[in-house]
Ligand binder design. Structure first.
Ligand code: EPZ
Length: 417
């Protein structure tokens, strides 16, 4: 089992290149199933979740050619429409193959993702939308079993804002008969990136980035070339690490606009932040001040940055209130941060964080992707040695995090025990 050894107390400084966005590339990889043409993708990050999605697609017969950050996919000869449990259980985003399979092949057998540590994470909205569009969907022995003719465009109003739900419905609609309108749609930049890629493939989509997306179905889509947007959550994670270690870090290959709510909070904590067209400089030269956040769907504060801001609050001056409104159990990092000496009290969906002058290094266990990032940030700011276990969680969503941190001056090493 691989672990990270971190000796805290080093200020981060220098430049770091941010990789392509995990939550944009996963639906875009799944969209390769929508055409028999070749989809060429650039700025694809090297992540465990990307490798899982590629394995899933390959198992269905999609031809895949990967050279560095460029991936070419061709689904001209799909031989299976099954997404097996063994792969789906390791990555919930596998559900994103359901709608492309349904709308192109009229059949799909996709294992239900099951829950994860941050919540039950059902996919009822995805299934309800497909049924409304004319699919016969049965739940059979833990699988979603789907049969359909050509799907019919419908107006779909999701019960809550769902990111992959919006993305799945959009992909069902691009080859459906007639018009689909998605109300209450997710507005995340990753939804817009998927829409941009689908438009490059010939899809007719408007309104992405707003809460009403309109799609007019086509007979077929063609191949395309697309560059994946930068990962705003990886960028936010490094910005929080720079602030927590009172560093001076320039993030490159980023879109500051996609991160504005997070940057406002880090600026409120006392950091000096400068931005350019594709870079962000974060400079903190004194103890941060605690900030309060409440997670909301985009354009609100992103839930995927909640744990990282909590780590920053742990070493800040004052009290910060952190309210999680998206997932029912996304405070798994709290007991681990408390092992470092953090002063945190959880009351329902709100964590009250009182900053302490100094955290002490300790043995830690990662529980989920963003919790593990939060533990790394806190360990970088702590005095002494920390060991972070189960870092396979980190590898799901960060491309060589310790390599990038070491280049910024952190004393951090990956080792196998
Ligand atoms: C996406 O997950 C992201 N993953 C998550 O990032 C992110 O935290 C989340 O959106 C919220 O922004 C990918 O894009 C691959 P939701 P998703 O559907 O789509 C409930 C990370 O760390 N819901 O927007 O699964 C659900 O339980 C990951 O990178 C239903 O009840 O999240 C949750 O409470 C973690 N029924 C809320 O909606 C459904 O059918 C929002 O979930 C769908 C969702």
């Amino acid at each position: 089992m691989e672990k990270l050894r971190i000796i805290g107390g080093h200020r981060l400084s220098g430049n770091v290149r941010i990789s392509g966005a995990k939550n944009a590339v996963l639906p875009i990889l799944a969209s390769s199933l929508l055409t028999s043409g070749e989809l060429v993708l650039h700025n694809v990050p090297n992540l465990a979740d990307v490798r899982t999605m590629l394995k899933l697609l390959e198992g269905m017969g999609v031809k895949i050619d990967r050279e560095g950050e460029t991936v070419k996919l061709c689904a001209s000869n799909v031989t299976s429409t099954v997404a097996p449990y063994e792969l789906v259980k390791t990555m919930r985003a596998s559900i994103l193959v359901l709608c492309p399979l349904a709308t192109r092949f009229g059949a799909a057998r996709v294992s239900l993702p099951g829950g994860c540590t941050i919540g039950a994470r059902p996919v009822d909205q995805h299934i309800q939308a497909l049924r409304r569009m004319g699919a016969d969907v049965q739940i059979d022995h833990g699988f979603v079993d789907l049969r359909c003719g050509r799907l019919s465009g419908r107006t779909i109003v999701t019960d809550m804002v769902t990111v992959t739900g919006t993305e799945n419905i959009m992909m069902a609609a691009v080859l459906a008969e007639g018009r689909t309108v998605i109300e209450n749609a997710a507005r995340e930049p990753e939804v817009v990136d998927l829409a941009n890629c689908l438009r490059a493939m010939g899809a007719r989509i408007a309104g992405d980035g707003t809460s009403t997306i309109v799609i007019d179905g086509c007979e077929e889509l063609h191949g395309a070339e697309h560059t994946v947007i930068p990962d705003r959550i990886e960028a936010g994670t490094f910005a929080a690490a720079a602030a927590a270690t009172r560093g001076d870090v320039t993030l490159q290959n980023v879109d500051p606009e996609a991160l504005s709510v997070v940057l406002d909070k880090i600026r409120e904590a006392g950091a000096e932040i400068e931005t350019g067209p594709d870079w962000i400089r974060v400079k903190m030269d004194r103890r941060p001040k605690a900030v309060s956040i409440r997670t909301e769907p985009h354009p609100g504060f992103p839930t995927d940055m909640q744990a990282q801001i909590m780590a920053l609050d742990c070493v800040s001056e004052g009290l910060g209130r952190i309210t999680e409104t998206i997932f029912e159990n996304r405070f798994m990092h709290v007991p681990e941060l408390q092992r470092l000496g953090a002063d945190i009290e959880v009351e329902g969906h709100t964590a009250i964080v009182r900053g302490v002058r100094q955290l002490q290094g300790a043995r830690l266990m990662a529980t989920d992707l963003r919790a593990s990032a939060s533990l790394v940030i806190a360990a970088l700011a702590a005095e002494g040695e920390s060991i972070v276990d189960r870092i396979y969680h980190l590898d799901r969503g960060y491309d060589g995090m310790e390599v990038k941190l070491r280049a910024l001056g952190a004393d951090i090493r990956r080792f196998r025990e």
